[in-house]
Design a protein around this ligand. Structure first.
Ligand code: ADP
Ligand code: XUL
Length: 519
């Protein structure tokens, strides 16, 4: 049977879909929301709230419990023995720290006990720092100083030293808990950790997710010894291999065959990061298509014909799982910022959307820098948004204007920060949880002066993983899979409706607000 399974372990949920590549159909879909379905981990939005000094961590056992729940759900929907290829993706940058028990425990998983129980003793660090963590400014400075400046790190790794990237996170762990670092035998990314569990042994890190570590050299796509040395001692021994996205890293382990009814010998393709996987699932793995993902973070990405670095240091070059590279810019204040404004006024998403019909394009000059937590694009340490446009608005007494100001502020900022990529496509493809919101889509169309469009299959991260598995193991090419699975959703197209000068002026004003917030 030509079924391929794609898994997406993202910030707030773990989802999966199974595609039938002969019929061009999604045959099963499932999702486990961490906050709602695993409340025992006390992570309502997928991470442990109120971390100190900018720390944002999650419990890796939560990701394992979600994987078990997800597969149980899928097994109830479809005969998993028909699945003949598997891959997946994880939220980027997050890291899992494993001790000497890891190797034998992951090899000997018994179907009689949950994954989390069997692997808990293999953790040398009970929680995992994730991409929202901004605690490593000092470590970024130290690594940059050691290497001779951010330009050097950027030329080597595709990004300057970045707080949420795994290298600086590892350095902080080594400095703050040297004994636990020394007991760590293996460090995995979220993606390679889950892939390792599926194959019952260490899986490689792919070039898409690996480039988000400040440790992989983007010229030769492997660990860079100078970057490793500037980060922490003996690091190379603790890391798995780096592999291109088309690598099959193993076969599904006995645990999954016995517990969920998978067939023996199912090949597993190396996992990638959620954004690189989404690039594939959006049918954008060749240069020419631009994607905006509206998940927990907002991201803006495209396959790149050649490697270009962001002069402002906020953008990144990652490996493209289908070969070559991609550029990406991440905005930390994405869905959670929109939710914060919505919740402040006790609105639901329908009321949030209605606010756009009750206000005007450009918001009559009422502006917001919508940064509820430290932002990476641009790098700014705000803990609360900045509002300007009259007393009532600035005192949060105008709900509808605040909602429009938040969304306009987010996408004006996105347009300004991504200009370095010099992309001016006619169509922007939207994905992620908030992409179903047509009011937000219209603002994006007007600000970028481009048509925007969703695809029929909304779970682009899991879809991209299933497509990668199918193209590596089932003999269908990516272009063939794209024509089957990456079609536009007919009613989702939004075209620019506003006078472009309104947002040019607004962008100028927002830049002014930003400059005064920085100074
Ligand atoms: P991730 O993959 O990062 O875990 P998702 O892509 O699943 O996240 O997106 C989750 C987000 O989608 C939620 O935080 C929520 O704010 C947002 N969302 C869900 N429905 C809507 C809606 N109707 N309008 C705007 N945002 C929405
Ligand atoms: C990308 C980034 C986020 C995470 C979570 O650099 O930090 O988009 O991948 O989605």
């Amino acid at each position: 049977m030509a079924y391929a399974l794609g898994i997406d372990s993202s910030t707030q949920s773990c989802s999966a879909l199974i595609i039938n590549i002969n019929e061009g159909k999604v045959v099963a879909e499932a999702s486990v929301n961490f906050g709602a379905q695993l409340p025992q981990y006390h992570a309502p939005s997928g991470f442990i709230p109120d971390g100190e000094n900018g720390e944002v961590h999650s419990d890796p056992l939560m990701w394992l419990d979600a994987l078990d729940m997800l597969l149980e759900d899928l097994a109830g929907q479809c005969d998993l023995s028909k699945v003949s290829a598997v891959s997946g993706a994880g939220q980027q940058h997050g890291s899992v720290y494993l001790n000497s028990q890891w190797t034998h425990r992951v090899k000997a998983l018994s179907p009689d006990q949950p994954l989390s129980e069997q692997l808990a003793p293999a953790l040398s660090r009970t929680t995992s720092p994730i991409w929202m963590d901004s605690s490593t400014s000092l470590e970024c400075q130290e690594i940059a100083a050691e290497l001779g400046g951010d330009e050097v790190i950027c030329a080597k790794s595709g990004s300057i030293a970045v707080e949420r990237f795994t290298g600086p996170q590892i350095r902080r762990f080594w400095k703050n808990d040297t004994a636990a670092y020394e007991q760590t035998e293996r460090i995995h990314l979220v993606s390679s950790f889950l892939c390792s569990v599926l194959i019952g042994g260490d899986a490689a890190i792919d070039t898409g997710d690996g480039a988000g570590m400040n440790l992989v050299n983007i010229e030769y796509w492997d660990w860079d010894q100078e970057l490793l040395d500037a980060t922490a001692p003996d690091l190379k021994d603790k890391l798995p291999d780096v592999a291109q996205g088309n690598t099959v890293v193993g076969e599904l382990a006995g645990y999954f065959i016995e517990k969920y009814g998978f067939a023996a010998g199912v090949p597993v393709t190396v996992f990638s990061g959620d954004n690189p996987s989404s690039l594939v699932g959006m049918g954008a793995s060749q240069p020419g298509k631009l994607v905006i993902s509206l998940g927990t973070s907002d991201t803006f990405f495209a396959a790149m014909p050649s490697v270009v670095a962001d002069p402002a240091g906020c953008g990144h070059v990652f490996g493209n799982p289908s070969g070559g590279s991609m550029s990406l810019q991440c905005f930390v204040n994405g869905s959670l910022a929109r939710e914060a404004v919505k919740d402040r006024f006790g609105y639901d998403w329908e009321q949030f959307s209605d606010a756009f019909a009750k206000t005007h394009v450009g918001n009559g000059g009422k502006r917001m820098l919508p940064f509820f937590s430290p932002e990476t694009s641009p790098r700014i340490e705000l803990a609360a948004p900045v509002l300007t446009g009259g007393d009532a608005f600035e005192n949060w007494q105008e709900a509808d204007a605040a909602i429009r100001a938040c969304v306009e502020g987010q996408f004006l900022n996105m347009k300004l920060r991504t200009a370095w990529m010099q992309l001016a496509p006619e169509v922007i493809y939207l994905t992620g949880g908030a992409s179903k919101n047509d009011a937000i889509a219209q603002v994006i169309a007007d600000i970028f002066q481009a048509n925007v469009q969703r695809l029929v299959v909304s779970g682009s991260v899991a879809l991209g993983a299933a497509m990668r598995a199918a193209s590596n193991s089932l003999g269908k090419s990516l272009p063939e899979l794209e024509s089957l699975f990456c079609q536009p959703e007919p009613d989702s197209k939004r075209i620019p409706r506003s006078d472009p000068s309104i947002y040019s002026k607004a962008a100028h004003e927002l830049e002014g607000l930003l400059t005064s917030a920085v100074n």
